[in-house]
Design a protein around this ligand. Sequence first.
Ligand SMILES: [Zn+2]
Length: 317
Amino acid sequence: MFNKKRLVSGFQEQASFHFQEYSDIAGSKSISTFKRYSMNLHTIESGNFKLDGGAMHGVVPKSMWQKINPADENNMCSWAMRCLLVETDGRLILIDTGIGNKQDEKFFGHYFLHGPHSLEGSLRQHGFGMDDITDVFLTHLHFDHVGGAVKRDGERLLPAFKNAKYWSNKDHWDWAVNPNEREKASFLKENIMPLQESGQLNFIDLKDGEEWLPGFKIRYAFGHTEAMMLPQLTFKDKTILYAADLLPSKAHISLPWVMSYDMRPLDTLNEKRRLLQEAAENDWLIYFEHDNSVELSSLALTDRGIKAGDVLKITDL
Ligand SMILES: [Zn+2]
């Protein structure tokens, strides 16, 4: 399904090319070179689930949040699990994997999976198969982000992407495999250990804002969980922040909207303030993993703070 020919023709038709400056210090002179890279992005909807409305909106009263994210009779709201596929220079990088399908009925009974989408189906719609994925980038290892990374094969648990390298970071990994009691229910051993046992696990060792690949920088946030990684992508003439669980939905752009799930809510507040300021000043777009209807939004600097701007889709860019 995915081969070089398709990639080449795909790039001619639709991918964007970028020239990026690289600086190198040689002796006392700074040498700048331009490296060309190409990138294409595909929105991959992996399905919808439900989470408690109160937990998702933290201290915000229901009278406010229910107008935006209406709750069902059990006070649960519906959320997307929206992954992103980055096609760049011969690599197919999947950012997050949704909840997957290997848990038992009792587990899924808590999360009310619904909607027409699945990870495999969405990849197929875009012309890709599971075995085409070369890299799986995991923002963090909570079950709604990493569940689809591992599949059940009879009695065995195996990486769902057999040809992929899986990417986390050491600080987050250590945190996830020795979880605290409050976060333990989000870190399921069956989603995590098979990645290591397969030998497909790799750690990213970069500082905040450093580039992992051309056009693909990594930002860190520590409030939701330890060392969550947010991809910052340069695509066409835009910068897109894949906001993961720092800004799970458009409504969470508002500073006090911090999830009760967060381990360090005041750190989340500061991280939101800082990153949203940088994003708004530089006209970034925010990509929402969990917003049920909004994929992408611009930001507006107003005298009442930073607000959501235009609602977009990747296909609009
Ligand atoms: Zn999440």
